[in-house]
Design a protein around this ligand. Structure first.
Ligand code: FES
Length: 172
């Protein structure tokens, strides 16, 4: 066997071993994937980031969730996320609340949770009220029920806008 034949042989053996190795690697990889899926683990690379407490750069500071204590937060109405709240007839869901700038240009902040079965409510500018899309309950901007099936009012919070109209403070 000359050098060229030896090299050819080595190459052929190498390719065979590589082929076997690739199959083996694929099998191990697939088994690994199945094992990961069957245990319900998530790929850490694709796991969405855990939400953090809103900060100044998000246009929201303070606490907007009832589970974290008393509601007390400030909305930067110049921030792109919330600047729509400067337009009468608009609303935003912020934490556990619905905040609306009514067609009569008053800010209201209410619990977003319909007291019937917990659906997130909406502000309707045409009716200037709060509406639940699930079963049609209607609430006044004070939170009281206008039409059921809900019977209990939405909790109302204080919403005070700054003199320059750029900051909204919501407190319990
Ligand atoms: S959940 Fe709102 S009306 Fe039923």
């Amino acid at each position: 066997m000359n050098t060229t034949q030896k090299e050819t042989m080595k190459r052929a053996e190498f390719l065979r071993s590589l082929s076997l190795g690739t199959s083996t690697l694929m099998a191990v990889y697939c088994l690994g994937s199945l094992t990961s899926c069957s245990t319900g683990e998530m790929d850490p690379v694709t796991t969405p980031p855990t939400p953090t407490t809103p900060g100044g750069t998000t246009g929201l500071t303070g606490n907007a969730t009832t589970s974290a204590g008393a509601i007390n937060f400030t909305v930067d109405l110049t921030n792109a996320t919330y600047s729509k709240l400067k337009t009468a007839g608009s609303f935003a869901i912020i934490g556990d609340l619905i905040v609306a700038f009514s067609t009569t240009k008053t800010y209201v902040a209410l619990s977003k949770v319909c007291t019937h079965e917990g659906t997130t409510v909406q502000y309707r500018s045409a009716e200037n009220d709060i509406y639940c899309p699930n079963h049609g309950s209607e609430y006044a901007l004070t939170g009281t029920v206008d039409n059921g099936p809900a019977v209990a009012s939405l909790k109302a919070y204080k919403a005070v806008v700054s003199a320059d109209g750029n900051t909204l403070t919501v407190t319990a």
